[in-house]
Design a protein around this ligand. Structure first.
Ligand SMILES: [Fe+2]
Length: 330
């Protein structure tokens, strides 16, 4: 698919990944390929999106490799878009696969074991990161003779982010289905769903699961559904079209986003969309208070329909930072 400055097609990592980093298993096999899609911005490190291919754990490590760690601060949300893995969390071992979303909170010990090569896309925020790691990597890349120098390695001892490995060797846990694990989300098991013609708005991760900083909503849209945003939206939008086909118009440029496409829309950029096929569109930026807006809207719609005037809707949108001007079916 043709790419442009607003579109990152994760189906073609060779054109969308910036600064690919590899991690290795102790036996030297590649453990993961990680590419940056969009960098973290601001004090909360919002809008940070990484794409990874996590490789199957080698057979000889299958019984021991569970990657136990936690982040003292910071939140991670991963989309599982192929493959299979075990998630270890809260005393549970949970099999995750395509369609699952893994949401991890600050201070929550977790681990993973990849049973197959797995497409693993993440957004993060409030994670402490260590910029010296990139500077050290540059020295090693440009002066390979220093790559094993312990003095240089010690300058970036904590790696790229605040990942704290633990004393535990393996997780003492019981098997549980994904439906019973609070950390595993799915578009078919939202906290809440609100229905409109051609649109079902699903609340996947609530703000209280993200330290109050953001939320994750998914718009499940039918063909012919259209949305137009306010003329100069003050909030940047980062969307993930996980599946489907959507025509976006951003700053007068028209383009199609289909399966596994990230759409990055800058502040104040006039934009609209038309859904061409049944689509799941996730709001990765998470700055609009969709959950509160939709609870209020749905309540007025049901119990005081006579009050659902354009003025009421406008004031709710304004109060909860909803940037949509209008929705409808073509
Ligand atoms: Fe983690």
């Amino acid at each position: 698919m043709a790419t442009n400055e607003f579109l990152y097609d994760l189906k073609t990592p060779e054109t969308t990944w910036r600064g690919k980093v590899q991690h290795f298993f102790p036996n030297g096999d590649v453990g993961s390929d990680v590419g940056r899609i969009t960098p973290a911005v601001g004090p909360h490190g919002l809008y940070w999106c990484l794409d990874s291919l996590m490789h199957k754990v080698p057979d000889e490590l299958m019984d021991s490799w569970e990657m136990p760690h936690y982040h003292a601060h910071g939140y991670e949300t991963f989309f599982v878009d192929s493959g299979k893995l075990y998630l270890y969390i809260n005393g549970q071992r949970v099999l995750c696969q395509k369609g699952d979303i893994v949401h991890l909170q600050a201070g929550q010990a977790h681990g993973f074991k990849y049973l197959e090569d797995t497409k693993w896309r993440g957004t993060y925020h409030d994670l402490e990161t260590y910029p010296e790691s990139g500077d050290v990597a540059r020295v090693k890349r440009m002066m390979p003779e220093l790559k094993d120098d312990p003095e240089l390695t010690a300058l970036a001892a904590r790696g790229e982010m605040d990942s704290n490995f633990m004393a535990l060797l393996k997780f003492d846990c019981v098997d549980a289905p994904a439906e019973q694990c609070l950390a595993v989300k799915h578009v078919d098991r939202p906290h809440a769903a609100y229905e409109f013609p051609g649109l079902s708005m699903r609340i996947i991760v609530e703000r209280w699961e993200n330290g109050g900083t953001k939320e994750l909503a998914c718009a499940v849209c039918e063909p012919g559904f259209t949305a137009e945003w306010v003329k100069y939206p003050p909030l940047r939008e980062l969307f993930y079209v996980r599946s489907g086909k959507v025509k976006f118009t951003v700053l007068g440029q028209e383009f199609i986003a289909d399966d596994e496409c990230v759409v990055d829309i800058p502040r104040f950029a006039p934009h609209s969309m038309e859904v061409l096929e049944h689509s799941e569109i996730y709001d990765l930026g998470g700055q609009s208070y969709w959950s509160l807006f939709l609870q209020n809207y749905a309540s007025v719609r049901k119990f005081r329909p006579e009050q659902l005037t354009p003025e009421t809707v406008e004031s709710l949108k304004k109060r909860f930072d909803i940037q949509i001007k209008s929705i409808g079916m073509k």
